[in-house]
Design a protein around this ligand. Structure first.
Ligand code: CU
Length: 744
């Protein structure tokens, strides 16, 4: 049966009659939604019939496109959905606000979609269909994004040289607070590839997305939602990766009727020791973890949709060979209820509200280590425990009037965090010591943000973003309070309240039908996080120091400028983007070295980061596609007159893909330059060599229901170490990967 084409034109929005520019070209804008679930779809390609003008929808499903009066057809396409063509009306302006609905394609296991700022990252290619690959693997190839490696799993995203509290990592817009005080459990650890619809990456302050904007940038994992009217569907995949002898099992089942749908999925990974490019396997680098996700969708009417979802992630022993202890157990429970209300009032096209509660528990110890030989904390076992509860809500309103789009959002969240450790001497006659790392810390924040986008005409788009945040902090445990008073002074304020802001402005101009360029300016502050304020004896494996928090910290200011240019769309022969940026940080929060073992959190003057990202994508023929990316960050801490620690080196990749209905192939070359700019005074960092790696991937459909994915990574078995790996843990050597997927 032919797929239906549904096209709504939102009559309410058209009432304030649109007349603005009767020039040769004009801007149309609108939103693209899933016809079955009503949810917005990001990364949808929209272009005119001759492929001259094109764009991609943003994370809210919105787009704007400048078309000429001679353009008559818009084609709308997206992975996993049936493409549609829309006739443009020449006479009236009634196509100025479009609400486009795409019907999901049946029997297609959706590829993972990755966007960075306004660009779809097309070089993911064949690789993007592999569910065996971890979420981190899918992100590591994105320009401007790097990963901190501590072990064989659970990597931390670094965007434009910034990480931790400077980067917002969200799951369906929900916040989640790691419970490990040593950073062993970033939010990326709790997301499985098979449950992912898309990863939306923002680099630097994001004007136009005040809600999730942070000075370093943001990563939002959009989880798959069940589809209405989809009937019963199921999929299963099993795979193996030779480099860590990892076995992977995954299965999902979903069912959808007219008003409700559900999806249930489970993933299990069991990995052995990692094999680097030379030498033997790294002892104690294996892990084992399981993940379940349940999602229930209920749509009582056209305009209301509820989505209740739960993610449970349970890890057994995870080996951290580059650190002094391993994770014994880690549990995460992530639960949220979302309500999406379409067209609630005249001029307002959506209000989306999310309520959530996320709990993380983390146990680690060094019982499997020989503590008599090590340098730090010799002859002592140090079992540690951490737990966090993050609860909050977000509510977001999207409205439009004539050539203006408005987005208003309010967010409130509360973090409860606790962490402690025991120091057990191997000599039983020495009594144990107890240490509170986080003594019942409470952080409560309220954030208001608004953005205004104005399609001015003549190809100009202006965006203004304003955001305000209030934060209140408490340290509840009496012993922890006494410790802090002793560390600082008797009358130190242990309940500081603070305000932060962000103001941003972006101007973009369509220079021609293919090329647009713009400039973005923003300035804002960041409130110190709960670890920076109240963490006590927090071991930071990145530099080997124990950190002591500082309740007195001032907000850190970041002032950023960026110039960017965008070219073409996915359907054009050549497309790409180029950004160059500078980020000046004042009151920079870092650890000040007090002796050889300890650092105290301080506002440490000014730091400056500057860099660029470039992505290019070329359709050589109907089958062959070439792509390339390049990025670089240069960071300096002015006060210390030395490089900022842990800056990613110049890196890039090129790939060549063969697209086909039968066998799809992709060859990829990843490389990084040496990093010789390291911090030496205030940090202990080592230089790293450059490397270049060759990968090959293939996707072979055996039948309508069965497909095989093959991968050969690091073909030449090169030994290398990524600059952002903790204690220079070597990276994986040659990896043969195979997986089989069955879907009905
Ligand atoms: Cu830990």
């Amino acid at each position: 049966m032919k797929t239906r084409i549904i096209l709504f034109i939102s009559a309410l929005l058209l009432m304030p009659a649109l007349s603005g520019f009767a020039h040769q070209s004009e801007v149309i804008h609108g939103v693209v939604k899933n016809a079955e679930t009503g949810e917005v779809i990001s990364g949808v390609h929209i272009q005119t019939d001759r492929g001259i003008a094109g764009t991609v929808t943003n994370s809210k499903g919105e787009f704007k496109l400048q078309v000429r009066n001679t353009d008559k057809i818009l084609s709308v396409s997206h992975v996993g959905f049936a493409s549609i063509r829309i006739k443009l009306n020449e006479k009236c302006d009634c196509h100025k606000w479009l609400e486009i609905a795409l019907v999901p394609e049946q029997f297609r296991s959706g590829d993972l979609l990755i966007t960075a700022d306004r660009m779809q990252m097309q070089h993911s290619g064949v690789y993007s269909s592999s569910k065996t690959k971890s979420v981190e693997d899918h992100m590591s190839g994105i320009s401007g994004l790097d990963m901190v490696t501590r072990a064989n799993m659970a990597k931390d995203p670094v965007i434009r040289g910034m990480r931790d509290g400077r980067v917002n990592v969200l799951i369906d817009g929900m916040r989640l607070t790691p419970a490990c005080v040593d950073g062993m459990d970033p939010a990326t650890a709790y997301v499985e590839t098979d449950n992912l619809q898309s990863i939306e990456i923002g680099r630097g302050f994001e004007n136009g997305n005040g809600k999730q904007s942070a000075p370093g940038g943001s990563v939002n994992f959009s989880m798959v939602r069940p589809s209405l009217n989809s009937g019963l569907k199921a999929s299963a995949e099993t795979g193996y990766q030779s480099v860590s002898r990892q076995q992977f099992y995954q299965g999902s089942v979903s069912y959808g009727e007219e008003q409700w749908a559900f999806r249930l999925s489970g993933t299990f990974r069991d990995a052995g020791n990692l094999q680097p490019g030379s030498g033997s396997r790294i002892d104690g680098s294996g892990f084992r973890k399981g993940n379940v996700m349940a999602s229930l969708l209920y749509q009582p009417s056209e305009s209301h949709r509820f989505n209740l979802r739960y993610i449970g992630d349970f890890a057994g022993k995870i080996g951290y060979p580059a650190m002094i202890m391993d994770t014994r157990r880690a549990d995460a429970h992530i639960a949220g209820l979302e309500h999406a209300w379409s067209n609630p009032f005249s001029g307002v096209y959506s209000i989306t509200t999310n309520l959530y509660m996320n709990r993380v528990e983390h146990w680690m110890d060094d019982y499997d280590r020989d503590v008599t030989e090590r340098e730090v904390m010799r002859d002592m076992f140090m079992p540690m425990y951490g737990e966090t509860l993050t609860s909050g809500f977000t509510s977001e309103l999207n409205a439009s009037r004539n050539d203006h789009l408005f987005n208003l959002s309010i967010e409130g969240f509360r973090i409860d965090a606790f962490g402690d450790m025991l120091m057990e001497h191997i000599d039983p006659s020495v009594s144990d010591m107890y240490l509170l790392n986080l003594g019942d810390v409470v952080q409560q924040n309220l954030i208001l943000s608004g953005t205004h986008t104005w399609f001015v005409g003549s190809g100009w788009t202006l965006n203004t973003t304003l955001k305000g945040e209030a934060g209140m902090n408490r340290l509840n445990n009496e012993d922890a309070r006494a410790t802090y008073r002793a560390e600082y002074s008797q009358d130190i304020n242990l309940e500081p309240s603070d305000f932060a802001y962000q103001i941003g402005f972006t101007a973009e101009k369509e220079i021609s039908s293919r090329v647009s360029a713009g400039v973005s300016l923003s300035s804002g502050t960041r409130l110190p996080d709960h670890m920076e304020r109240y963490g006590y004896y927090i071991f930071q494996p990145l530099d080997g120091f124990f950190y002591i928090g500082n309740p007195d910290l001032s907000p850190e200011r970041s002032t950023q400028a960026e110039i960017f240019t965008l070219m073409g769309s996915e359907q054009s022969r050549i497309s790409g983007s180029l950004s160059a940026w500078v980020n000046r940080m004042d009151n920079y929060i870092a650890g000040l070295r007090t002796d050889d073992l300890f650092k105290q959190m301080q506002n440490m003057g000014r730091a400056t980061l500057t860099g660029f990202e470039g992505d290019l994508f070329a359709r050589i023929s109907s089958r062959w596609i070439a792509s390339g990316s390049l990025s670089y960050v240069f960071g300096t801490h002015q006060e210390l007159d030395e490089p900022l620690p842990m800056m990613p080196p110049l890196k890039g990749q090129v790939s060549l893909q063969r697209q086909s209905e039968s066998v799809q192939l992709e060859g990829r070359l990843r490389w990084a330059a040496p990093q010789n700019r390291i911090a030496e005074q205030n940090s202990m960092e080592t230089t790293t060599n450059g490397y270049a790696l060759l990968d090959l991937f293939a996707h072979v459909p055996l039948s309508r229901a069965v497909s095989v994915q093959l991968g050969l990574e690091n073909m030449l078995n090169t030994f290398y170490t990524e600059h952002l790996s903790v204690n220079s843990m070597p990276a994986p050597g040659r990896n043969v990967q195979i997986s089989v997927r069955v879907g009905i």
